[in-house]
Design a binder for this molecule. Sequence first.
Ligand code: SF4
Length: 218
Amino acid sequence: MPKKPSPSCSECGQLNCYRRDKKFPSFCLTEASDPKELEKVVQRYRSNSGDGRIARAAAEVEGTYYGKLTRVEEIVAFANRIGARRIGIATCIGLIEETRAFIKVLKAKDLEPYAVLCKVGSVDKTEIGIPEELKVQKGSYEAICNPIFQARLLNEQKTDLNVIVGLCVGHDSLFMKYSDAPVTTLITKDRVLGHNPAAALYTCNFYYKRLLDPEQKL
Ligand code: SF4
């Protein structure tokens, strides 16, 4: 018999770690944590390290502007609080107009944007072993998304904060792995749902019930 996976926070009906106004469940991840390990992490947030400054700046933006600012504005507020001036943008080609609009905003707020497109380097997909039939437009020159090179070029520019604008699932993973500067996301690409991936979850009990179909292999 395969071992039943242990329950985690998604099975918790209490969420008591937030305000401590209920009870911790028997399997609680907070209660099961090693206090020394937890303290090491808290110490990092408290410190003057980059991690500490980021943690406190993020909480300050949340607490000051909760429900008042758009994410575009929150990124500006966050950048200001961590002292970031050079803002790298790793953009998808399909969202270049949105990137251009974002750049106008950043400049208006006295920040220094620098964008690198996903197709930079212009390497054809077949050169990394992707078969012709997997191209979006078969038979044409079609460049790979090149997130490692995007990160390298932004690293050379010594950006202070990098912002993802619509990188593909997985390409974003590589970009985050290779970026020297901390990374945040402005747009999470969903080609079907107008870049609102949460809509699939809001509607998965009816319109998108295929999401819950174990027969649908992806
Ligand atoms: S940490 Fe504990 S209280 Fe918080 S959500 Fe997880 S199980 Fe629930």
